[in-house]
Design a protein around this ligand. Structure first.
Ligand code: AMP
Length: 381
């Protein structure tokens, strides 16, 4: 026992983490952080009780309200669990306490034009793109990039919302009428073989770790399945992706978990977008990796040593969209784990996920096939 006077319990103040947003990512951050003895406050102007409310205090205030700013500035560190929080309040908080990832990363990731320009400047391959501010821009952009192309809102797109694939001039006209009230980006269509993502972390003291690349499957614009690790992946692809993320870490002076979504065509990886936060394609890591992305993010922003990113076993994650599956059926599958976000069922809404592990990929495929039918039976949207 140490002979120095221990701090009396009453005076021991836990480290307080402020989080902008209070959705399921916040909830899983909070669950990981409470094991580390951290205390959480979530700010999110939602009306209903948000998923993170069960793991910390929830302030149902606008991000830029004076009370939210005061309370956040009093936290030991502030982070975000989704990227569409306004930059101005994040900047105001950063003047008063530590905000990680840096506000620059938030600003770049919020705007597809800035994001793709940043990729280009760092030599990270990305689809050809054009800034679209008028119908004339769209016509000349399509003349240059050709069909098919993808028209996207520069900001606030998610789960396939705010974008359209253009095959013909008619499609272009229709999509512009629908989306053209806000700034847009036109991208060349990438005939990719598969979609991958890389999750990495950089800590406040510069330590860097990467998880293995994972393979992602979407339906109707929503992530449905992640396979970890990505099957049949040459080590060169992992090294290539890590090189791209290292460049982003340097440029953005990054601290925290970062996700990079990539299209694979043969040996090439083309960056689609990044997320300056924990990511849906990393949810498998709660059971599938030695250190979950949530704990890793907290370690990174608190300047603690990063944990091992090694996989425990081959794993897969299925999103539950619209409604939760039957828990008894899911949990009857060996080494399957159900995560219920506590959200009301609603079409196209992510309300939970299932992770499954197995000692080999053959067994994983069998377990996954069973789980897929259980999850899809409940799905809405
Ligand atoms: P995003 O909102 O940019 O992540 O796009 C959602 C999904 O649309 C991606 O996961 C891809 O499946 C598809 N997508 C986006 N951009 C392109 C593109 N330039 N070429 C082909 N497919 C795309």
């Amino acid at each position: 026992m140490s002979s120095s006077n221990p701090t009396p319990d009453a005076e021991r103040k836990p480290t307080r983490v402020g989080v902008l947003g209070a959705g399921q990512l916040g909830r899983m951050l909070g669950l990981a952080g409470r094991e580390l003895g951290l205390d959480f406050m979530f700010v999110d102007p939602v009306e209903e009780t948000p998923p993170a409310a069960c793991v910390g205090e929830h302030l149902g205030l606008d991000y830029d309200s004076p009370e939210a700013l005061e309370r956040l500035a009093a936290c030991d560190v502030v982070t975000y669990e989704f990227e569409n929080v306004p930059v101005a309040p994040a900047q105001a908080i950063a003047a008063r306490t530590r905000v990680f990832p840096p506000v620059l990363a938030l600003a770049v990731a919020q705007d597809r034009l800035h994001e793709k320009t940043c990729f280009g400047e760092l030599g990270i391959p990305t689809p050809p793109f054009r800034d679209i501010t008028s119908a004339g821009d769209l016509a000349s952009g399509l003349a240059e990039l050709g069909y098919p192309a993808v028209l996207k809102t520069r900001r606030f797109g998610y789960d396939g919302r705010g974008q359209a694939v253009l095959q013909t001039a008619d499609d272009a006209e229709r999509a512009y009428a629908e989306l053209g009230t806000v700034p847009l980006l036109l991208e060349g269509f990438v005939a990719f073989e598969r979609e991958l993502s890389l999750i990495g972390a950089r800590s406040a003291n510069g330590e860097v770790r990467f998880y293995p690349l994972v393979e992602n499957h979407h339906r109707a614009g929503i992530l449905r399945l992640t396979l970890a690790p990505a099957p049949n992946l040459a080590p060169e692809r992992q090294a290539l992706a890590e090189g791209y993320m290292r460049a982003l870490f340097e440029r953005l002076d990054y601290v925290g978990v970062l996700a990079l979504e990539l299209f694979q065509i043969g040996g090439r990886l083309i960056a689609n977008e990044m997320a300056p936060r924990v990511h849906n394609s990393g949810h498998y890591s709660i059971e599938g990796a030695r250190t979950s992305q949530f704990e890793q993010h907290l370690r990174a922003v608190l300047g603690l040593p990063l944990g091992s990113t090694e996989l425990v076993e081959p794993s897969a994650m299925l999103n539950c969209v619209g409604a939760l599956p039957d828990a008894s059926a899911v949990l009857a599958v060996p080494d399957a784990h159900l995560h219920d976000y506590g959200k009301a069922p609603r079409e196209r809404r992510k309300v939970g996920h299932v992770t499954v592990r197995a000692p080999d990929v053959g067994t994983l495929a069998d377990r996954l096939a069973t789980l897929k039918s259980i999850v899809e039976r409940a799905e809405v949207g």
